[in-house]
Design a protein around this ligand. Structure first.
Ligand code: G3I
Length: 409
């Protein structure tokens, strides 16, 4: 099903509801989420959602636009930390689980599932009238822990179908009002346009991608199902092109052209061309993929032209989504103001491109605030501060840039 407009907390498209109309909806939702008719819980819930809605969330809601942030419970100072919770609920109307819905975090090798961490994020989303997109069913996992040394194609297909139906079945049955879209397959292609040799690809074969979408559609046909990947060149700041044995690693994220080549048309990226070809084939064969996710981890100093780069998606009848937006700065103080202003230009350009295209309705940044980004870990501390909110959850130039775009919608 297509993503469509932003929905309120009980799954109804938010058109021009007034506060008076929204409160009863919040009451029913918050009481349900807070475990019954406890007025204190309701009041707390209200304090956490409508009353403390900050400019970014107000603008996103008014614009019928999904402006989100990835959240996590895997850190003590994240979900459950009042300042983090207030920043997440106050500034965003969508969230996703940074890691908690990935196979290694959900399913033990003995086949048992632990949904509790991701459920905490879904409970928070419901309590604050937020939507979620799921991330991710099929990625780069080595399936040996679950399938042993020499699984057959049939073993792999059965495992994939079971995993997808179990995960989507759990959230379909328990959070049908929260999830609107799901990242079914992530990063299946290398920068040179060939398929990454993930465990799924090795065990099942190249058709693992379409099988994943078919299984997801079987499990929850109402969801918007999307393929997700990154396209920015020179991503491989600090990674290695060699595997542990010192041999060229076919799956390494190959650096692209020069350090500051902004994305323009899809033709500039062999990976984008491969994804486009896959999308065209899927549409032609009615494979149930509804959208394409563009991660938008933007290490370059130039804002990518997503309006042009993603212009091929809408004409295919598909939607596109910015799924993991961030734009890191050097972690020294040398270029603070300049880098934050460039970051604002990047956030402004990306959100504007999505707002301007009827085929796009969602931008998610990869983390709630600068203190919760993956970039310092990736870059051994050299890069960070890539998000719209700073370490104290205050608005950076990028936040004000997004606010201007959403207010102008
Ligand atoms: O939670 C465990 C902890 O118990 C353990 O002690 C610790 C040390 O092994 O690991 C912790 O898990 C780490 C997890 O982040 C939570 O912090 C994993 O090792 C680490 O690999 C994982 O990194 C995540 C990475 O995806 C790989 O899954 C990053 O947080 C996350 O930001 C990153 O996000 C990805 C998207 O899913 C896909 N697109 C690219 C993006 C950036 O790589």
């Amino acid at each position: 099903m297509r993503a469509g407009p932003v929905y309120d907390s009980v799954g109804t498209p938010v058109m021009k509801k007034t506060v008076q109309q929204i409160i009863p909806l919040l009451v029913s939702c918050l009481l349900a989420a807070c475990g019954g008719d406890d007025s204190t819980a309701f009041q707390n819930g209200l304090n956490n959602s409508a009353a403390s809605s900050l400019p970014l969330r107000q603008a996103a809601d008014r614009a019928n636009f999904n402006w989100g942030a990835a959240a996590t419970v895997l850190r003590e100072d994240a979900l459950g930390n009042p300042a983090y919770d207030a920043a997440l609920a106050g500034n965003f109307n969508m969230t996703t689980a940074e890691n908690e819905l990935k196979l290694p975090f959900l399913r033990a090798p003995d086949g048992t599932y632990n949904f509790e961490p991701a459920d905490r994020i879904a409970d928070f989303a419901r309590a604050h009238g937020m939507k979620m997109h799921g991330h991710v069913l099929v990625w780069r996992e080595d399936l040996t822990p679950w399938l042993g040394e020499n699984p057959t194609r049939e073993d792999g297909i059965a495992f994939m179908r079971d995993h997808i139906s179990t995960v989507l079945g759990h959230y379909r049955d328990n959070y049908p009002d929260v999830f609107t879209q799901w990242d079914v397959v992530n990063e299946a292609y290398r920068s040179d346009g060939t398929l990454r040799a993930s465990g799924w690809q090795q065990v099942i074969g190249d058709d693992f991608i379409e099988l994943a979408f078919q299984f997801a559609d079987e499990a929850w046909p109402e969801l918007t199902l999307f393929y997700n990947d990154f396209y920015e060149l020179n991503f491989n700041f600090f990674g290695s092109l060699l595997d542990a044995g010192g041999n060229p690693d076919p799956d390494a994220i190959r650096p692209g052209a020069g350090p500051n080549v902004a994305l323009s048309t899809c033709e500039t990226s062999l990976k984008c061309l491969a994804v486009q070809a896959m999308a065209e084939d899927f549409v032609a064969r009615s494979v149930p993929m509804d959208a394409v996710g563009f991660q938008a981890h933007i290490p370059n100093a130039f804002a990518p032209d997503y309006a042009t780069f993603a212009e091929w998606v809408g004409p295919l009848g598909l939607e596109w989504i910015i799924t993991e937006l961030d734009a890191p700065c050097p972690n020294d103080d040398s270029a603070n103001e300049s880098c934050f202003n460039t970051q604002a230009d990047i956030f402004r350009a990306v959100v504007q491109a999505c707002v301007d295209d009827p085929a796009c309705a969602t931008v998610v940044q990869w983390g709630v605030a600068d203190g919760y980004s993956w970039w310092p870990g990736l870059s051994a501390g050299s890069f960070g501060r890539p998000l719209a909110l700073d370490f104290d959850f205050n608005y950076k130039p990028a936040a004000n840039a997004v606010l201007e775009v959403l207010q102008g919608r």
